[in-house]
Ligand binder design. Structure first.
Ligand code: LLP
Length: 422
């Protein structure tokens, strides 16, 4: 479900015609619908029923501060994985008391800053990190609220690059060592154990790996309590998948029901870190056709967005679907094309064999499901600028990140005087 639909033959984000935004900011650009963000957040929260739950949006999915504030205003906390994301969440107005800090490589400075700001929970990913947090907290005269991220060795059955809960992955501490590591944590001077955390991967289209992991967590909570640890919070991570190309995805309701049935009676506050399921369908990338190229064996629509703007197809072979910005007529016949960007790599292919109306140079198309893990993963490869982000609400739109132009980038570069000008 999203809020991108045709009104009077024009693709609109809520009530704003996409062609009007294009007229104002040029192409390519990302466009987010507040109504979808808000709806998905609410549906997710409602699926948890009367469970004592805190939903911390995974900032890595979409870090734009207008998006974060939209969610924060509904009560969302934030799951962050760097000092930069921590800053973004704070800049959006999300209090540190609703921020969880995850990630395998937190630096001393990032840990100190988070502790000084009063971070709600730090998810610890290794024993050296545990020692470091204790040392820093001690020097600041505070107690660090920690949950230990457990690696449950469960196969999430998702793309290998985004699976995180197998023993060979770099994340968390093996579940078989939980007893030992919690005992060690309890002996440290400036660490306060608040709970247990787990996250097994992203874009899960089947709920059974969640069930396996959560049952393991349930058993672990019982064991740790028997050891005398106060486990009051259970952080179950993110990972719920969404439909990209018409594939069926699990409903948040079934996910919520699963959580309630497996851990609902543990007397723990449950923390969730969804990203994609909240933001994915709330965004599109709008791009314009530059050329239609008749190749020897296929037809290419060469568009002005590229893999630097939206990396998912190149990196994960992800299949996003498309809409034309002008509604196709009933009699328009479809033809199969490859949608490609201008970058000098064959990987710069958004999709192969997509059935689209007969595109002409100047026509615009929208890449759907581009609200999560798209703008955040952009780069300036091939000397390309970073495209603007637009937030729509009802019949209004605002540029929530300006285009970062090549001139902006060049202004931060310099040539040392020992590299002489010829
Ligand atoms: N919590 C932790 C600790 C995570 O590592 C992640 C995602 C999440 C929460 C949020 O997961 P979600 O609900 O969004 O699935 N760039 C990839 C996705 C990487 C996800 C990494 N971790 C993509 O474009 O598919």
């Amino acid at each position: 479900m999203d809020h991108f639909s045709y009104q009077g033959g024009r693709l609109c984000a809520e009530d704003v015609p996409i062609d009007e935004i294009a007229e104002s900011v040029g192409t390519p650009f990302y466009c987010y619908a507040s109504a979808t963000l808000e709806r998905h957040y609410r549906v997710f929260v409602e699926s948890l029923g009367d469970l004592d739950a805190t939903v911390c949006f995974a900032v890595k999915a979409n870090g734009n501060i207008a998006v974060l504030r939209t969610l924060g205003n509904l009560g969302a906390g934030a799951d962050v994985v760097s000092g930069g994301e921590f800053k973004r969440a704070r800049a959006a107005g999300i209090p540190a008391s609703r921020i969880v800090f995850s990630g395998v490589g937190k630096t001393d400075v990032e840990i100190a800053d988070a502790l000084k700001a009063g971070v709600w929970q730090i998810n610890v990913e290794s024993e050296p990190e545990l020692e470091t947090i204790s040392r820093i907290a001690d020097s600041l005269g505070v107690t660090a609220p920690v949950a230990i991220r457990i690696n449950p060795d469960v196969d999430a059955r998702t793309h290998e690059k985004i699976t995180t809960g197998k023993s060979e992955n770099k994340f968390g501490i093996e579940w078989t060592r939980a007893h030992e590591v919690y005992t060690r944590a309890a002996g440290l001077p400036a660490v306060g154990i608040v709970g247990v955390a787990v996250h097994i991967g992203s874009q899960l289209l089947d709920l059974s790996p969640f069930k396996d992991a959560y049952i393991r967590m349930r058993d672990l909570v019982a064991m740790l309590r028997a050891d005398g640890h106060q486990i009051t919070r259970l952080d179950l991570g993110g990972g719920l998948g969404i439909a990209y190309d018409g594939k069926a995805a699990p409903a948040p309701d079934s996910y919520g029901a699963l959580i309630r049935s497996v851990v609902g009676d543990l007397d723990c506050q449950v923390v969730l870190e969804p990203g994609r399921v909240i933001a994915g369908n709330a965004g599109i990338l709008v791009t314009r056709v530059i050329y239609v190229k008749e190749g020897a064996t296929r037809t290419f629509a060469v568009v002005d967005a590229a893999m630097n703007d939206l990396l998912r197809p190149a990196l994960y072979s992800a299949r996003h679907s498309f809409l034309t910005v002008a509604e196709p007529g009933r009699d328009d016949h479809l033809r199969e094309m490859d949608v490609v960007g201008p970058i000098c790599e064959t990987a710069d292919t958004f999709a192969r064999d997509v059935a689209l109306p007969n595109l002409r140079p100047g026509d615009m198309i929208a890449v759907r499901t581009a609200g999560a893990y798209c703008a955040v993963m952009a780069s300036t490869y091939n000397g390309r600028p970073l495209v603007p982000e637009i937030l729509v609400k009802g019949d209004r739109f605002a540029v929530v990140r300006e285009r970062i132009s090549v001139d902006d980038l060049l202004a931060r570069e310099s040539v040392p005087d020992w590299v002489v000008q010829p």
